[in-house]
Design a protein around this ligand. Structure first.
Ligand code: SF4
Length: 494
């Protein structure tokens, strides 16, 4: 995609204009020599020196058609904002939405809001005493979001508020990464080894991971912190053999104080990896939350996305899990998958509800750069995402009808239909780890390849990161430590 940017303000950089374009053109690359299908030109200039008044013009071109949008003059936001960036962004955002709506015939559900965490924004203003109604107005009137999304952001923020009320500055999360999958799904860009030859690394990987878990346990104690949520994720943790799962969970229990109030989750993920024996092993270690992710309960859709398991595998795993009395089971669905339609998506939603999942995450297909689906060709998925947009609204209504409410939400770049990913749950069955991590509310110590520890200061004003090497091979080869020195310095314990 080619961009022409005439920005006569100091508030926005070229990257911001690119981010804006991705809202209507998910997956686009920006190249100066691109003479292709899609183009955008932006003009933004102050109307006076106040920092409150800007003139913006946007022209979008796609497939030989073009549309123009403008905005000029001052604007009174719902909440008083300092002069400058907010008003410049508002002007260009509104001109962009006007052009996009004319060209594509639909409004963006989140308006021009390009940040990935709308709930954090909603919570910020709710915490400062603004009413839910004012915050909803901020989303609809200022950012141009739909009333449905404004309501979703505020409802989610209010649920999170209740969940986080009992979280103290000494509480932390623990994440353990198993970046191996039985095969690679076509929509996935996650760093995960799915090549059988590389599975030979698993024993050494586990050995090093267990060592890092022990060291992290020592660090958590030294910092006087308390694990409130432990999450074993991937990849596909259930790719491990039962004996390996047993070894991993034993090490976790020996390294951290896991009290009755510690949430303990294991991401089964791919149903074809979950055997009765593995479920029994996980449960025997006190893990009481598990994910079993179908993504869709249509075999033809699963085939389209290269998921390499069947709907029967999913139902079998669900039946097996019922024997072990997990207090919370989570299922993931994806809206906007190639070959899915209203009927098959509605069936997926009703199947997971009828299976009795207490916690259901509804993702939207995101076309990431590294995902094989991106290269399959035009027409395989709908990047504009009408179906995805409608599906997530449908799912929210259906889940609400069975008592599941939104408790965490995030957006990704390049999501079809500019939709979101939302975790829903029955009251009390929310996943605290997801919220601590997504809202950067508490320190989350991570272990394993591709994992990132985030240190969050007690007043939550500062965040620092320690990243582990991205790939299992690098993780084994390079010893970057667990970030102990960074942690002690960050928390003033040196
Ligand atoms: S199971 Fe999950 S992490 Fe693994 S390849 Fe598929 S989508 Fe990616």
């Amino acid at each position: 995609m080619k961009l022409f940017i005439d920005n006569r303000t100091p508030y926005l950089n070229d990257y911001y204009f690119q981010t804006l374009c991705l809202l209507y053109f998910p997956g686009e690359k920006f190249k100066a020599d691109d003479d292709g299908f899609n183009r955008a030109s932006f003009s933004l200039a102050p109307e006076d020196g106040s920092g409150y008044r800007f003139k913006a013009e946007v022209t979008l071109v796609s497939g030989g058609r073009s549309a123009h949008g403008e905005f000029s003059g001052g604007y009174t936001p719902q909440i008083e904002m300092p002069a400058g960036e907010f008003f410049a962004t508002n002007a260009i955002g509104k001109a962009f939405l006007r052009a996009g709506e004319k060209l594509f015939g639909f409004g963006l559900p989140w308006g021009y809001l390009s940040g990935l965490r709308p709930v954090k924004r909603a919570k910020y203003y709710l915490d400062r005493g603004f009413s839910p109604e004012t915050v909803r107005g901020l989303f609809t009137l200022d950012y141009g979001a739909s009333a449905e999304k404004a309501g979703l952001a505020v409802e989610t923020a209010l649920t999170e508020e209740g969940m986080l009320a009992s979280v103290s500055p000494d509480d932390c999360g623990i994440y353990v990464s198993i970046p191996f999958c039985p095969t690679r799904c076509d929509y996935c860009s996650f760093v995960s080894y799915s090549n059988k030859k590389l599975f030979d690394l698993i024993p050494d990987y586990l050995e090093k991971l267990c060592r890092d878990i022990s060291l992290t346990g020592e660090l958590v104690r030294e910092l006087g912190m308390r694990p409130r949520a432990v999450y074993i994720g991937g990849g596909t943790p259930s790719i491990l053999e039962s004996a390996q799962i047993d070894k991993l969970l034993t090490r976790i229990e020996n390294s951290f104080e896991l009290g009755a109030g510690t949430e303990y989750s294991f991401e089964g993920g791919r149903p074809d990896t979950l055997t009765d024996e593995k479920l029994r092993t996980v449960r025997a270690h006190g893990v009481d939350r598990i994910s079993i992710n179908p993504q869709s309960t249509s075999d033809s859709v699963l085939l389209n996305i290269g998921r390499k398991h069947t709907v029967k595998d999913f139902f079998d795993a669900v039946e097996a899990s019922k024997k072990y009395g997990f207090s919370c089971r989570n299922a993931d669905l994806i809206a906007g998958l190639p070959g899915d339609d209203e009927e098959s998506f509605a069936k997926s939603v009703s199947d997971v509800l009828n299976c009795g999942f207490e916690n259901i995450t509804v993702h939207t297909l995101s076309i990431k750069n590294a995902a094989p689906i991106r290269f399959i060709g035009d027409g395989f998925y709908d990047p504009r995402g009408r179906f995805a947009r409608e599906s997530v609204v449908f799912a929210r209504k259906a889940l609400a009808g069975r008592g599941l409410r939104p408790y965490y939400l995030y957006r990704q770049k390049n999501t079809v239909g500019n939709s979101e990913n939302t975790g829903f749950s029955l009251p009390g069955k929310e996943n605290l780890y997801n919220v601590l991590m997504m809202e950067e509310y508490s320190t989350v110590f991570a272990c394993g390849a591709g994992a990132i520890t985030k240190f969050v200061s007690p007043d939550r004003s500062l965040i620092a990161r320690h990243a582990f090497p991205k790939y299992p091979f690098e993780y084994l080869r390079e010893d970057k430590g667990i970030g102990r020195e960074e942690a002690l310095a960050f928390f003033g314990k040196t």
